[in-house]
Design a protein around this ligand. Structure first.
Ligand SMILES: O=C(O)CCC(=O)C(=O)O
Ligand SMILES: [Fe+2]
Length: 201
């Protein structure tokens, strides 16, 4: 495991998923996306996000002019599909076999997509970590500290890397500076998917 932050609880597991496990998970994610298609989220201040987004599980993360929140339905009105077993297995191995996540947020990054620095703070209990899985093209991931003004540094997240934000790092600022197109064969047309597993309430 790599220690990147000065506070504890930010753990990077490089190559935790084998190429064959990544392939199984990619086809499970494709099935989630077939049931709950990607949509273009809008920030509360009216700017479209550059990622495309969907979710699996009891809740999906959502944003529009009314703000950030978890919702029980896809914008189509359908409930979110279940979180695939291949994804839950990672949570069971690294976090808990008793309390499973309520939400698997699926972010799709095409060529120029990025994500600004933010904290994952829409959940009720910060005692549970957020677990992040990367599939596809490498991403330049930026992680800072607990205040927006803290110094930050970058690491490259590649396909199969698994990150947990727990303990003091649960509320660390983080974001995606950019994607390195063409760095993976997980998706036939390139791009990157990031899955984040969250206990919501
Ligand atoms: O794409 C990533 O690695 C991070 C995604 C993220 O921070 C989020 O969805 O809250
Ligand atoms: Fe996040």
């Amino acid at each position: 495991m790599q220690t990147v932050l000065d506070v504890g609880g930010f753990d990077v597991r490089k190559g935790w998923l084998s190429p064959s496990a990544q392939a199984v998970m990619a086809s499970d994610v494709a099935a989630v996306v077939a049931a709950a298609p990607f949509f273009a989220p809008m920030t509360p201040w009216g700017k479209p996000m550059s990622v495309r987004m969907t979710s699996a599980g009891k809740y999906g993360w959502f944003t529009d002019r009314r703000g950030y929140r978890y919702v029980e339905r896809h914008p189509s009105g359908s409930p979110w599909p279940p979180i695939p077993a291949s994804v839950l297995d990672v949570w069971r191995a690294l976090v808990s076999t008793e309390r499973l996540p309520d939400c698997c947020l699926v972010n799709w990054y095409g060529g120029t997509a990025r994500m600004g620095m933010h904290r994952d703070a829409d959940e009720t209990d910060f005692g549970w970590p957020v677990l992040s899985i990367s599939l596809g093209d490498p991403a330049v991931f930026r992680v800072g500290g607990l205040a927006r003004s803290d110094p930050s540094r970058t690491i490259v997240l590649e396909s199969g890397d698994v990150v947990t934000f727990g303990g003091p790092a649960r509320l660390a600022y983080h974001g995606i500076d950019r994607i390195r197109a063409g760095g993976s064969r997980v998706w036939p047309d390139g791009g990157r998917v990031n899955l984040t597993l969250r206990v919501v309430d």
